[in-house]
Design a protein around this ligand. Structure first.
Ligand SMILES: NC(=O)c1ccc[n+]([C@@H]2O[C@H](COP(=O)([O-])OP(=O)(O)OC[C@H]3O[C@@H](n4cnc5c(N)ncnc54)[C@H](O)[C@@H]3O)[C@@H](O)[C@H]2O)c1
Length: 436
């Protein structure tokens, strides 16, 4: 099957490479000419484990191509995916759909023969209706079906998630489109990944409901962590105690600095706007957004409190900048408001991240970027773990102690056992684990 993937970002590139790996002929399109040129040279512009090798293998086999020429890619395609960004609209938090609608207009002009146009971007309920209206108005003659197929992959584990999804959600009642989508995903279907066929609006809302639920789970355990800290209980044990209950489940119960990333923050806010527009306010999600926002600066206060309430003239070392490990994505990373707040309180900030420093430079200023964790710790009065990269899980405490002005570890991801750190001669603060 011939596929055109419009938008070659985290989702478009991973999806395109995986579809090519299934044996489909995929053309990835992007209007960012620098990105297309880099991909043409075999350079993958994002960090995602396994992606460079998969892109190279499929490009070599002639199944994966890159172009800026949307019209040619669409003309030849049986399936056209829209995988462009849907960021928060400045000012009101609604999803900015201008990239989706621009893509729809360009696609419409190039349609040739029966084509299924599939929205993979996360888009509010009713966007598929608007995409269909745009296409039919521009091309009343076109033989087209517009489908919603939200993507649930996680950055850092994107290939695995795409190839072994918990489910595939496909929103369309058009029988020809359903048949084509079944064919496209057949390799996964054979692996027994459940395919859920729904109406288009249901598929669109399913994506937002999933993200809002996960954000709620994280925020819930974060609030329990705050309480646990005050009453001398351990949130890690509580998370295990509730997570083993099958009705709750263990995932997304890790207390930390609050959720960030390219999806949860914008998708929760966009869902609230949809709720308001339809007079169905989502009060639980409203609270989640507010609690998570407040948490960002609270983490800086935690560091300050661990240093006796005074950060002026002190250096803080931050380990991990990306919103989670195994990605270079800095969008809405909790490290950004943390660093800004630490600087507001008078601290000098040093930082190290294995993959995210280049992107981080666009989000924070006056930070000394370092080559590794030990260089980062140099002269610091506190070492703060913000992102739980594997390489931070077995730090050499003797080396750190020698480098630091004062041995204090603030572990915002609870990756260390308190006794272990204290035995190494460090003062230790974590999230939601009352002093033991
Ligand atoms: N990143 C994730 O983990 C993730 C997971 C699930 C769903 N999503 C959703 O998928 C969508 C894409 O997210 P992303 O993180 O891949 O975004 P991204 O910003 O990494 O990539 C979007 C790409 O689309 C390109 N683009 C925009 N308009 C275009 C046009 N008219 N023609 C060609 N290219 C165009 C941009 O140049 C950019 O390269 C969003 O709606 C997001 O919410 C993302």
């Amino acid at each position: 099957m011939r596929v055109a993937m419009i938008g070659t970002g985290y989702v478009g590139l991973v999806s395109g490479a995986c579809f090519a790996d299934f044996g489909h002929e995929v053309t990835c399109v992007d209007k960012d000419t620098g990105k297309i040129a880099a991909l043409g040279r075999g350079e993958v512009p994002i960090y995602e484990p396994g992606l460079t090798a998969m892109v190279a293998a499929n490009a070599r086999a002639g199944r994966l191509k890159f172009t800026g020429d949307l019209a040619a890619a669409v003309k030849n395609a049986d399936a056209v995916f829209i995988a462009v960004g849907t960021p928060s609209r400045r000012g009101d938090g609604h999803a900015d759909l201008s990239f989706v609608y621009d893509a729809a207009r360009e696609i419409a002009a190039a349609l040739d023969g029966f084509t299924v146009v599939i929205t993979k971007s996360t888009v509010p309920v009713g966007t598929g209706d608007e995409v269909e209206r745009i296409v039919r108005e521009a091309r009343p003659d076109a033989d087209v079906a517009v489908v919603s197929n939200p993507e649930f992959l996680r950055e850092g584990a994107a290939i695995r998630d795409f190839k072994h999804p918990d489910r595939i959600v496909i929103g369309t009642v058009d029988e020809r489109a359903r048949e084509l989508m079944r064919e496209l995903y057949r390799p996964l279907y054979l692996n027994r990944a459940p395919i859920l066929f729904t109406e288009r609006r249901t598929a669109e809302l399913t994506k937002y409901a999933a993200n809002a639920f996960l954000a709620t789970k994280i925020t819930f355990i974060n609030e329990i962590a705050d309480l646990a800290e005050k009453v001398g209980a351990d949130v890690q044990e509580i998370a295990r105690g509730i997570g083993l209950d099958n009705r709750i489940g263990e995932k997304f119960l890790h207390a930390g600095p609050g959720y960030g990333g390219s999806c949860f923050p914008k998708d929760t806010v966009a869902l609230l706007k949809t709720g308001q527009d339809y007079d169905a306010p989502l009060r639980v999600v409203e609270a989640v957004v507010a609690v998570n926002d407040a948490r960002k600066r609270a983490m800086a206060r935690k560091v300050s409190a661990a240093l006796g309430g005074e950060l002026r003239g002190k250096t803080v070392a931050v380990l991990g900048l990306t919103f989670k490990p195994n990605t270079d994505d800095m969008r809405e990373a909790p490290s950004i408001p943390l660093i800004t707040a630490l600087q507001d309180m008078g601290a000098a900030v040093r930082a190290y991240d294995p993959e995210g420093m280049q992107q981080a430079k666009a989000h924070v200023s006056n930070v000394t970027f370092c080559d590794d964790a030990y260089a980062c710790a140099q002269g610091a009065s506190a070492l703060v773990i913000v992102t739980e990269w594997e390489q931070f899980r077995a730090l050499d405490f003797e080396r750190l102690k020698a480098a630091m002005a004062r041995p204090l570890l603030v572990d915002l991801r609870n990756i260390y056992a308190p006794e272990e750190v204290r035995r190494a001669g460090f003062a230790y603060e974590s999230v939601g684990r009352g002093k033991k």
